[in-house]
Design a protein around this ligand. Structure first.
Ligand SMILES: CSC[C@H]1O[C@H](OP(=O)(O)O)[C@H](O)[C@@H]1O
Length: 354
C-alpha cells in the first residue's frame, strides 16, 4: 500500500527507523545497533505510535540478542521506555514467550520481530476494510458529497508500519473514489497532527486542513464534521480509550453535537486485564519543555529550531494522554469488525478473552 514503511532491517542485519521528530521537514533515518538505541528511540519519540513502539521494542530484543546483552535487562529497560501504549508490553511479552526455550535466540528474535511487523500491516489493512463502510454510509447519505473526518494526533501509518489505524479506512475510501476531507488537529505539544498526519496525508494525496486543537468543537457545532476517527494507546475491557491528550475533549464535543466518534483499535492495543481506564491506565507525563518550546522550521535560517513560547520562569504540565470513557465512543473499528465500546462488544469479536 505505501511507498515506505516506518521500520525496516538492513543488509547487515540491523534496524533502521525514520526519525519522526524531524518530519515533515527532513527525512532522517536512524540506524539502531543496540537495544539501548531502540530504548532511546522510543523514549525520545524518534519513533512513536502504539503499534510502532511495539515493533521497535520487539526489534530491540532482537538487537539485545544479537549483541549478546543480558536479555532480562533488555526486557526490563524496554518495558520502562514509555508507560501508556500497551503494545509495548504486548510485543515484549510475545518476544519473551517466543524466546523461551528457543535454541537460536538471535534467529528466533529476528523472525518474531519481523512477524510482529507483518502482522501489524495486515491488522491495519483489515481495520480499513471494516472501517470503510462507515465512511461509505456517510458518503451515500450525502449523495457523494465530501465526507469530513476529524482526527486527533497521528494514528496513521507513521504510528504503525503501513496503512495506519485511523488512516486505513481513509486511504481505502480514497482508493475507492469516495470524496473525503480530513480536519487534522495539530495536537499540541508534540504536534503529531501538524508534523506527521499532514505529512502522510500529503504524500497520499488526501485532502486535509490543519486546525488548532481548540477549533474542533466549533466545526462540529456548525455541521462541518461528519465523523471523528481517532487512534488509541490502550483500550480497556469495558471500552475506555486512552489516547493522545485532548481526545476526551473531542469526544465530548462530538457527543454534544451527535457526531459519530470512532476509535480505530488493533487488538494489540487492547488491555483486557483492566476495566476502568480512568483509574487503571497509567498516563505518561513528559518533560515540561515539550510544552514550553515549539519545534519547527525557522523562517530565517530554514533549519529546524525550537523557540520558547512562555516566560523563562513559567513551569508547564505535560500529560501525554487522556481517557475517553466508553459512553462517548460510538464504536470500535477493529481488524475483526466494528463493535460497541463495551465488554460485550469486544468479546463478540474476541471471544478468546472470555
Ligand atoms: C496508532 S498510533 C496510536 C496513538 O499513539 C500516539 O501517541 P504518541 O505519538 O505519543 O506515541 C497517539 O496517541 C495515537 O493516537
Amino acid at each position: 500500500m505505501s511507498a515506505f514503511r516506518t521500520i525496516w532491517t538492513t543488509e547487515d542485519h540491523y534496524v533502521e527507523v525514520i526519525d519522526q521528530r524531524k518530519l515533515p521537514h527532513e527525512w532522517v533515518v536512524e540506524k539502531l545497533i543496540s537495544y539501548k538505541d531502540a530504548e532511546r528511540a522510543i523514549k525520545e519519540m524518534v519513533v512513536r505510535g502504539a503499534p510502532l513502539i511495539g515493533a521497535t521494542a520487539a526489534y530491540g530484543i532482537y538487537l539485545a540478542a544479537k549483541e549478546g546483552a543480558d536479555l532480562n535487562e533488555a526486557f526490563a529497560d524496554l518495558r520502562l521506555s514509555r508507560p501508556t501504549a500497551v503494545n509495548l508490553f504486548w510485543a515484549l511479552d510475545r518476544m519473551k514467550a517466543k524466546l523461551a526455550g528457543a535454541t537460536d535466540l538471535v534467529q528466533t528474535a529476528w523472525e518474531e520481530a519481523a512477524q510482529i511487523v507483518e502482522d501489524d500491516v495486515e491488522t491495519c489493512r483489515m481495520i480499513g476494510v471494516h472501517g470503510l463502510p462507515l465512511i461509505e454510509a456517510i458518503s451515500k447519505k450525502k449523495r457523494g458529497e465530501t465526507v469530513h473526518i476529524l482526527t486527533h494526533c497521528n494514528a496513521g501509518m507513521l504510528g504503525c508500519i503501513e496503512w495506519g489505524t485511523i488512516t486505513s479506512p481513509i486511504y481505502q475510501a480514497v482508493q475507492k473514489g469516495i470524496k473525503v476531507h480530513v480536519w487534522v488537529d495539530e495536537t499540541r505539544p508534540r504536534l503529531q497532527g501538524a508534523n506527521l498526519t499532514c505529512y502522510e496525508l500529503t504524500r497520499h494525496d488526501v485532502p486535509h486542513t490543519l486546525i488548532v486543537d481548540n477549533q474542533g468543537g466549533h466545526l462540529m457545532q456548525h455541521g462541518m464534521v461528519d465523523m471523528c476517527i481517532v487512534g488509541t494507546d490502550r483500550t480497556t475491557r469495558q471500552g475506555d480509550v486512552a489516547n493522545k491528550i485532548g481526545t476526551y475533549l473531542k469526544a465530548l464535543a462530538a457527543h454534544d453535537n451527535h457526531i459519530p466518534f470512532y476509535v480505530a483499535l488493533p487488538s494489540t492495543t487492547l488491555d483486557m486485564t483492566i476495566r476502568d481506564g480512568l483509574k487503571e491506565i497509567p498516563i505518561e507525563q513528559r518533560n515540561q519543555n515539550e510544552v514550553r518550546y515549539v519545534v519547527g522550521k525557522s523562517k530565517i535560517t530554514g533549519q529546524l529550531d525550537e523557540v520558547l513560547i512562555c516566560p523563562e520562569t513559567t513551569q508547564a504540565s505535560n500529560y501525554g494522554f487522556d481517557v475517553t470513557p466508553a459512553r462517548l465512543v460510538t464504536a470500535l473499528i477493529t481488524e475483526r469488525g466494528v463493535c460497541n465500546a463495551s465488554e460485550e462488544g469486544l468479546l463478540k469479536l474476541f471471544p478468546e478473552y472470555n
